[in-house]
Design a binder for this molecule. Sequence first.
Ligand SMILES: *[C@@H]1O[C@H](CO)[C@@H](O)[C@H](O)[C@H]1NC(C)=O
Ligand SMILES: *[C@@H]1O[C@H](CO)[C@@H](O)[C@H](O)[C@H]1NC(C)=O
Ligand SMILES: *[C@@H]1O[C@H](CO)[C@@H](O)[C@H](O)[C@H]1NC(C)=O
Ligand SMILES: *[C@@H]1O[C@H](CO)[C@@H](O)[C@H](O)[C@H]1NC(C)=O
Ligand SMILES: *[C@@H]1O[C@H](CO)[C@@H](O)[C@H](O)[C@H]1NC(C)=O
Ligand SMILES: *[C@@H]1O[C@H](CO)[C@@H](O)[C@H](O)[C@H]1NC(C)=O
Length: 935
Amino acid sequence: MLRAIRVQFLAVLMVCCSHVLVGSFSSNYTDRQALLEFKTISDPRQSLRSWNDSADLCHWEGVRCSVKHPHRVTSLNLTSQGLVGQISPSLGNLTFLRVLVLLANSLTGEIPPSLGHLHHLRYVNLNNNTLQGSIPSFANCSNLLVLWLENNKLVGEIPLDLPRNLEKLSLFDNNLTGIIPSYLANISTLMHLDLVGNNIEGNIPEEFTKLLELQLLFLGVNKLSGCFPQLVLNLSSLVGFDVALNSLSGDVPSNFGSALPSLQYLELGGNFFHGHIPSGLNNASKLFHIDLPSNNFSGVVPTLANLSSLRYLMFTENQLSGDFPTSIANLNNLIMLSLHGNRFKGVVPEWLGTLPNLQIIYLDSNGFTGVIPSSLSNMSQLAELYLDSNRFDGHILPILGNFQMLQVLSIPDNNLEGSIPKELFKIPGLMQMDLGFNNLDGPLHSDIGIAKQLIYLQLSSNKLSGEIPNTLQNCDSLEDIELDRNVFNGSIPTSLGNITNLLNMNLSHNNLTGPIPVSLSSLQLEHLDLSFNNLEGEVPTKGIFSNVTAMRIDGNPGLCGGELELHLLACSAMTLNSRKHKHSTFEKLMIPLATILPLAIIVYVVLLWKRNQKKKSMSLNSFGSNYPNVSYHDLSRATDGFSASNLIGQGRYSYKSFIAECNALKNIRHRNLVPILTACSSIDLNGNDFKALVYKFMQQGDLHSLLYSARDGGDTSASNRITLAQRFCILVNVADAMEYLHHHNQGTIVHCDLKPSNILLDDNMVAHVGDFGLARFIDSGASSFSSMVSTSSVAIKGTVGYVPPEYATGADVSSSGDVYSFGIILLETFLRRRPIDDMFRDGLDIARYVAMNFPDRIIQIVDPEVPEEHHDSLPHTSEPMKEKIMECLLSVLNVGLRCANPSPDERMDMREVAAKLHRIKESFFSQLLESEVIL
Ligand SMILES: *[C@@H]1O[C@H](CO)[C@@H](O)[C@H](O)[C@H]1NC(C)=O
Ligand SMILES: *[C@@H]1O[C@H](CO)[C@@H](O)[C@H](O)[C@H]1NC(C)=O
Ligand SMILES: *[C@@H]1O[C@H](CO)[C@@H](O)[C@H](O)[C@H]1NC(C)=O
Ligand SMILES: *[C@@H]1O[C@H](CO)[C@@H](O)[C@H](O)[C@H]1NC(C)=O
Ligand SMILES: *[C@@H]1O[C@H](CO)[C@@H](O)[C@H](O)[C@H]1NC(C)=O
Ligand SMILES: *[C@@H]1O[C@H](CO)[C@@H](O)[C@H](O)[C@H]1NC(C)=O
């Protein structure tokens, strides 16, 4: 009401007053009115509370007025004021406006085209909002110097009529499409052009050679394609150049850098550049940041000795080779060095430790050898050291305990030996220690308790022994303890229950004894793995122990009680049984089995056709009385009269090989071996001697059928769909089982017939190795080869395609033969092509075929479903993710190639294979699973 009256009053004034007064009054009214219209925006923080009639508009929050024209607004700056809603077109009435900053609010809707009327506008910053629609014309804003529209949701193309005096244009992180218009080259004043993070296609227009003022050209994370833009060599003012994460390809000219004396910042990562790293970079002496990751650069690193300002040097994930680049020795200002994921080899030079400012060093995933240089411990600034997945050997020197700033020490997957020096635990700020997957031995020193700040302790897959020190409880920052696959003994310290921050603990595959400490149930654990030890007694029921999917305790025969879903014997029954005769256990097990049998269909039967009275008298006592008795009749009924669909193997196996299988299976238990239910020795209906091994039914059949049988039995052209992750997990399961057979038993069990049809898949697609008909036992104590089957009878067995070549020339069976079979299966699984495929002849076998196409043409030879899967399921799979998938595939196939090497001495052993695959799983699939790409 009040305002309406005033409007009338002013309108009267406007009619009767002089020209000057009209101008002044109407304009100061106009700006006020324009801002009041803007004020109708939602303002939850009341940032605009000063915008009221009682205050002069020139004192309103964020408003500045002209000195010459006191009531005309020249600057509106409302940074981070929590404003929500659309920008009022009325701002187009602020005709004196020079500066408009609405940075970091929650502005939506379109940018009002009326802003294009503001001739005085010099500086516009609408960054960090959620503005939509296309960019309006600013053609008439002839004074506009800076236009920042970063971090919005703008669409459409880059406007073709930007003002001619523009100096800085940033459209960073929007959703713009189209090409970079050559029109931009007419804006000769342009200094900064930032189009990072859009969907811009094409390449940089040739006309850009005219942009002699251009200092920053940031075009990363778009869809640029074609060759390296040569014209950039002419942009002599260039300070920063970024084309990372596009699809550019070809060589980078060797003189790139020579003509760019001002270049400081260079980002070429995530393209398809190949050839050498341009030697001209050495002439761009002001460079402080070189980042070239995830390309195909190869050859040796050129000299970079002139680059004394260099602080960041990243060659991550290329194909660079040769020894450790010597020219780095001069780069005294280096803060971060990454050679991660290349093919460097040789020793790491001692001089690396003399670079005084290095804070982060990535040398992981190369072929570095020798010992870790002791000089590194002199690096007073070093915070993170990654040496993973190389071939470092020798001892970890105690002097490495001298680090003062180190937070991350990561040396897993090498060949380190000797003990872990206790000095390492004295590094004051160490938060992550990863020494897993090496050959470290000796005890874990009680000084571990000094490392109170430690968050992550990874010592998996070594040969560490002795007891887990009680002092570990002092490390109460620990969130993750990985001590699995060592030979720790003694009991689990009750005091571990004091590590209140603990989330994950893996103590599996050790020789731990005694009870599970109840104290662990008071922790807020997310995962706990105590499997495959010799723990005994009652399983607690509270905390993590109530969540049977988050913890593992299998492979501990002495455990009892716990949650019902664990299906353990009640502790009272257990005590009773141990006091009674062994046969009582047998009776207890038999009753449930008899009821389950018709459902748990029997899948593996060995038929013996010989009718031999002497052999018939042999009982299966060697199998132990822990297994229930089943008659021929039971089996026949449960298998529909031994119908083919229920048999996984059948043959005229010698009596000896049957006993061999029984003996092999008697003592082994592993989650990735087919669990045996029982054995049966009987006479069949025709009076023949009959012996059977009864395995647990595996719902999903075997790997061979999974790979080759038609989906659902319907369309025969459609094969089963198997994701990359499923294939990978199956192979990890098999590797674990084989590692167990070869390395984790009293002796070595050689399977001798590893092939896809012997790899059975349960309901959850977990793989289990079965069929031990040809298994051989090699006594670890005596090197003598004590087989259970006569050598001659086995020499010709195994399956064509999977038998290692050396068996054909009479070599004794050995674990490396199984490694070969595993390698073939690995390659087969990713190619979905049998080793006896027609195409493999005249000396070409599956391993040679993969090797010949490795790495550049791998994508053409793998099962097309592997790369396609990600297009189907996730059309927006980002380029870096695709590269990650490719990188994983190459790492896995590389393991396959190293297993399927024709020369047994060149093959890895299963321990190494399992370790490598687990590393890949950790480093790759954890990320993928997080981003939910695969499963
Ligand atoms: C308009 O400007 C005059 C001075 O030129 C000033 O006295 C008056 O308060 C202003 N009016 C408003 C509504 O801001
Ligand atoms: C806008 O205001 C913020 C503080 O709110 C200030 O830091 C910034 O420099 C101002 N920007 C301009 C262009 O005046
Ligand atoms: C202010 O802007 C609005 C929207 O652009 C327009 O409709 C109106 O006529 C303008 N008012 C004045 C006083 O110029
Ligand atoms: C704007 O967003 C960028 C990127 O998200 C962020 O780094 C920056 O701090 C934000 N600026 C403000 C003022 O919030
Ligand atoms: C970008 O625009 C495309 C269509 O041009 C749309 O499909 C996509 O969802 C948009 N992306 C974002 C992040 O808004
Ligand atoms: C650590 O745990 C042990 C055994 O559970 C307990 O007796 C002791 O009081 C705990 N110490 C601390 C400092 O909490």
